[in-house]
Design a protein around this ligand. Structure first.
Ligand SMILES: [Zn+2]
Length: 646
């Protein structure tokens, strides 16, 4: 029992498994099952059935990383749910459905933060007495009151993000209740660089390993505004470790000193100044699980172009001036460069995919090493305003965060397994923007090459894209960004080149497919299977093999290529090709482009279906070939080696 409890209870933060706690507190048989298996040889294992998870059945083992209680070995839905057309998310299984938030927040002159959040919740099952919320641990709860004025009690351990609220009256299935949580604390601070960065949120931030830690300013002259928790600055219902939150209506009002600039999500419906206080009122245009804001003494620049919705850029100009004075080298016009990429990528993606959901955009600077996207609001790292970067990663970073307005916000990933539909798509979009809009082929192919090298280096010992955010909890946390972001982008690059018309070099077929996917799922959740069905409609053939190999599999092929050409009658040439395929299962198949240059100056590109360990084929050519390139234009995430003809 001791070992079992040890894995169910986290003593450091005085927190117990939420579904177990929910059953105990509500006196409810909610179906939670847990077995601790001690083995004579081999490590101990836990079998868990958690009815509050989208996929309820889990096999666990002890955690291997610091602070990690358990690690998931495997996880899957109950058999009764296998027929569901849309897989449920973790939020769908919470005993409470959150309908709406109305938050009124005040930021004091000294940046002190206080707020009242009114939430409307509906019971999904009978007898809900206690509900678990998450709130940034530095924010202190003052009171919880329901709509009748009755005081709800709550429990919170010191320095724990968990807040357990006990309703004054039990909630039944279908019953709706409002509750108002009043809280305050040090959410926003002002100071010099060098603080630790906040915990990354999984679905929206840029991933590691850009590895640009925020450089401390040793002179300490530059001052910055730190929004310490952009995700749980308001009480979140059942926000799981990996960020699956329930979408809700959002109505946000902020009172802040008028010398500050504030940006939030959705539409700014009202802005007024009373003396030294500016009040702004923001309303999300549709239910969302992603709501945040940023505040500071920023300079604002407005980008107005009839082709795109209005964009406002917020920069801590004073902070950058002090950094430059302290000897940090910034670009000549960083605000201009960043603003250009934000506006240009907004225009480019609107053309490429279709209109975004939000009607206004704020891009605001944060003194951390990451970025994050919310509906109509983008956080950009101060690094991107400071770095003169030759590799193109800054341009793609800015475009990546903008691309989330389509992938992640416009079309939401259905479950944890579909995270690549957000991050991989955003990474691809950023690269695509660099290649087509900034017209930088060299950097485009260089990034694909770099990512291929990193993916290949881990190929023998990594989980597939299809395990989604579960890659974060593995022994190699860097695998998450490598597979979900980098390989995810590569998967789209492969589909793109499979659909490329090599005669005209037009990619209309790919663009039409992406537009179709976006149009069909705009404002909804989509799964990998949903995306596969759209691809299949556009290529007019089953694509299970492709998704099995590249999304659910981890093998990366090596092609060993040789060829031989000899004249035949009528000035024609017989070309013989041999491709040996290694490091993949023997049924692994992929159409690989082959470009042929002719001695007379012509060129052609064909596709060779490479299947199994040995592919041999013959072609009759109209002229003498002088040079052959297998896998041009980084069409396939494989490596090509040459060998002599024998
Ligand atoms: Zn991202």
């Amino acid at each position: 029992m001791g070992d079992a409890v040890d894995h169910l209870v986290d003593g450091r933060v005085r927190s117990a498994h939420p579904t177990l706690m929910s059953a105990l507190l509500n006196g409810d048989s909610n179906g939670f099952f847990y077995a601790y298996v001690k083995r004579e040889s081999g490590e101990d294992l836990m079998l868990e059935v958690d009815p509050q998870k989208g996929e309820q059945v889990l096999l666990l083992r002890g955690g291997r990383l610091e602070g990690q209680k358990t690690q998931t070995v495997c996880q899957f839905p109950e058999a009764t749910d296998l027929g569901d057309s849309v897989p449920p998310s973790d939020g769908d299984r919470n005993p409470l459905k959150i309908e709406a938030y109305r938050i009124e927040a005040t930021i004091e002159k000294g940046l002190g933060f206080a707020a009242a959040a009114t939430m409307r919740v509906t019971g999904r099952r009978d007898g809900v007495r206690w509900a678990r919320f998450n709130l940034f641990k530095e924010l202190e709860v003052d009171s919880v009151v329901d709509e009748t004025g009755a005081v709800d009690t709550f429990f919170r351990a010191s320095k724990s993000p968990e807040v357990w609220v006990r309703f004054s009256a039990v909630l039944q299935a279908g019953e709706t209740r409002s509750l108002r949580v009043v809280y305050h604390g040090d959410l926003i601070t002002f100071g010099t660089l060098g603080r630790p960065t906040v915990q990354r949120r999984v679905f929206t931030p840029r991933g590691p390993p850009r590895g640009t830690p925020i450089v401390g300013d040793p002179v300490g002259t530059s001052q910055w505004y730190f929004m310490r928790d952009p995700n749980t600055w308001f009480p979140r219902l059942g926000l799981s470790t990996y960020g699956a939150s329930q979408p809700a209506d959002m109505d946000l009002t902020f009172h802040a000193p008028s010398r500050y600039r504030l940006a939030s999500i959705g539409r700014l419906v009202e802005s007024r100044t009373d003396g030294a206080v500016q009040t702004t009122h923001w309303v999300a245009e549709r239910p969302t699980g992603e709501a945040s804001f940023n505040v500071g003494a920023f300079d604002e620049s407005e980008i107005r172009d009839p082709r795109i919705p209005p964009v406002t850029l917020q920069v801590n100009t004073e902070g950058h001036r002090a950094l430059r004075a302290a000897g940090f080298f910034g670009g000549l016009n960083p605000e201009g460069d960043v603003g250009a990429d934000v506006a240009n990528s907004l225009g480019f993606f609107s053309q490429a995919f279709g209109p975004p959901l939000p009607h206004q955009f704020y891009a605001t600077e944060i003194p951390y090493g990451y970025g994050q996207a919310f509906p109509g609001l983008i956080y950009l790292s101060l690094v991107t305003f400071q770095t003169v970067n030759e590799s193109g990663t800054e341009e793609t970073f800015r475009a990546h965060e903008m691309a989330h307005q389509w992938w992640g916000i416009g079309v939401d990933a259905a479950t944890y397994r579909d995270a690549w539909l957000s991050e991989g798509f955003a990474d691809f979009s950023g690269l695509w923007y660099m290649q087509l809009f900034l017209k930088d082929n060299e950097k485009f192919f260089k990034q694909l090459d770099d990512w291929r090298r990193d993916i290949r280096a881990r190929r023998g010992d990594i989980a597939p894209i299809g395990l989604g955010t579960r890659l974060i909890g593995t022994d190699h946390p860097g695998d998450y960004s490598l597979m979900i972001y980098r390989k995810g982008a590569w998967v789209l690059q492969m589909l793109r080149n499979m659909m490329l018309d090599f005669r005209t070099m037009k990619e209309d077929a790919f663009t039409a497919m992406m537009q179709d996917f976006y149009r069909q799922y705009r404002g909804r959740r989509a799964s990998t299977r949903d995306f596969q069905r759209v691809v299949e409609r556009h290529v007019d053939t089953p694509m299970d093999w492709f998704f099995d190999e590249w999304v659910n599999g981890t093998a990366i092929p090596t092609y060993i290529f040789s060829w031989h050409a000899e004249p035949e009658s009528g000035n024609r040439y017989l070309l013989r090709l041999r491709i040996r395929q290694e490091e993949v299962p023997k049924e692994f198949v992929m159409p690989v482009p082959l470009s042929i240059e002719f001695a007379d100056g012509g060129r052609a590109t064909i596709r060779v279906t490479v299947r199994g360990p040995l592919t041999e084929t013959e072609l009759h050519l109209p002229a003498q070939p002088s040079k052959l390139e297998l896998n041009p234009l980084n069409s396939v995430l494989g490596e090509v080696k040459a060998e002599g003809w024998k």
